[in-house]
Write a protein that binds this ligand. Sequence first.
Ligand code: GLU
Length: 474
Amino acid sequence: MSSQNEYSFFQSVEKSFDKAAKFTKWDSGILEQIKACNGILRLRYPVKRDDGSIEVIEAYRVQHSQHKTPCKGGIRFSEEVNQDEVMALAALMTYKCAIVNVPFGGGKGGIKINPKEYSVYELEKITRRYTSELVKKNFIGPGIDVPAPDYGTGEREMAWIVDTYASLKPGEIDATGCVTGKPVSQGGVRGRKEATGLGVFFGIREVCNMPEVMSDLGLTTGLADKTVVIQGLGNVGYHCAKFFSEIGGSKIIALAEYEGAITNPNGLDVDAVVAHRKKTGSILNFPGATNLAKNTDALELQCDILIPAALENVINGENAPRVQAKIVGEAANGPCTPEADEIFLKKGILCVPDMYLNAGGVTVSYFEWLKNLSHVRYGRMEKRFTENLNMNILDQMENLTGKNVSDKARKVILHGPDEVDLVHSGLEETMITATREIMDIWKSNKEIPDMRTAAYVCAINKVGTSYAELGIFP
Ligand code: GLU
């Protein structure tokens, strides 16, 4: 889905950083240190394929910043993986964590494989060997560097990682905190799977609730009357589509995947599309929808909100002039290039930037890591207490007024928080606060051209403060 970019991905990140650095007060030395990748691990190791042949695997882990530890960021499995990409993604993690006040430095890992071309057994061997290499090089650990899922990986791979790590570190009491995005049965937290998609939803909803921002775009406030196009039906894209239609009441008018795109101005039912894809192997020919010739055609449809939720560089200098959306919500990492940003500015398109909009994943990873270190499930201590307290309050109210609340209201009032309630509410708070913080920075200086630059200013100031307070290690 990606097309040729004018800059390397890491250079694009540096370019956006430099554009924002002008609006900060940090001296050039601190800015250089913030930008630099602190540690790069490049691995080559063999794996025996099921047919008995040996293949050499190329893999990376980049630690962009240790201004806070551990480093944090996903591991992707993709044929496109290269050092430049992993460096860029690690840098974005540093800025992302800073904006949402998650106290980690940025990291990222990548294994250059197409996971679809390997058996489950081969993938397990590749993942476990990668983990043991990270252990040997001291590039993983609950206080060192904590990987997570990313493009092409999920709970299954995280379970292999935690198991390998724990077996190499017997007795390490916090071993489960060496990776996040684990299955709940292996120390994962409820709500992690949908976290990135839900965070995107909360972020865009907050932007759409800002009357002055919406009137500048010629839109009404709220999500209910909005049309949405989503590129990518992986974990992030799927959950975005669900939340925009089910909570936001928006209409999903197009969906795009590798094999093509489909559109229906009356709205698409994402679960039905997923079921159709499972049955036929493609989203194309979905009943009631029109097929689009190329998957990238979906990016150019008329809509209110366009959500690229797949890979980087999909909207660039070539196709950005044809984008008709009013708001572009970057659910993927780096989907729009700096050239696209310039064109959006001229066209009056609001691009809500990746480095905070897709921070839901790492935010809930932080909650998972805290759960692992505290060795107790969220809600375990207070759920029953809250329910008993609410019951007492309600009884008093009903006695004093002589009236009873409805059964539905009773259920809502009495409910004490479960783990998933607390995780979703922590995420909602995080995304609302971050959106407002970035918007305030943007509003406070008329020279700041776009929301991405405002987000970078926010990140640079937070990381810069850390470095300045730490001083430079002699
Ligand atoms: N891979 C996700 C991201 O790019 C999540 C990272 C994490 O949870 O550490 O933000």
